[in-house]
Write a protein that binds this ligand. Structure first.
Ligand code: CO
Length: 166
């Protein structure tokens, strides 16, 4: 496993439409393992393949809504599609490709995703709150969409300071 460099806003690869994953081979598994390590070493809750320069429809999301005595875990989503949403949340959102900037983004509060796992098996997974937000954010990356495109407004330096303290 290796840590991969995360591309920063301004890199044209972050604005590309990503291709469907068709080969569930060792190369994909290496990418996912590297993405896991890269996410684990950052403070993020999700990472999309284009952020490490691979224009394929693969993302990982950290499930943080777990009971206190259980470990958070990463969900791998290959060729993910949002099949159901409900509710609404409005809150601050950031991105590992846009460090130190946060914006207020409206997202559904509940999201159901249909995706393939690393072996090509289809499954469905539900997310609420931050996980629902992360599903939407990461899947947006696969079509070259960044949260700054959807932000109602960006947080001010004062608000950022508050956020850092909180
Ligand atoms: Co992002």
């Amino acid at each position: 496993m290796a840590t991969r460099m995360i591309l920063k806003n301004g890199d044209p690869q972050l604005r590309k439409h990503c291709h469907e994953v068709k080969d569930f081979n060792p190369r994909l598994h290496m990418l996912l393992d590297d993405m896991r390590q890269t996410l684990a070493e950052s403070n993020g809750v999700g990472l999309a393949a284009p952020q490490v320069g691979v224009l394929r429809r693969a993302v990982i999301v950290l499930e943080t809504n777990v009971p206190d005595d259980e470990e958070e875990y990463m969900i791998e989503l290959i060729n993910p599609v949002i099949v159901e949403t409900a509710g609404e949340q409005t809150g601050a959102e950031g991105c590992l490709s846009i460090p130190n900037e946060f914006g207020v983004v409206q997202r559904p509060d509940y999201v159901k995703v249909r995706a393939q796992d690393r072996h090509g098996e289809w499954f469905e997974v539900e997310g609420r709150g931050l996980t629902a937000r992360a599903f939407c954010h990461e899947i947006d990356h696969l079509d070259g969409v960044l949260f700054i495109d959807k932000a109602i407004r960006m947080l001010s330096p004062e608000e950022l300071e508050q956020q850092a303290k909180g």
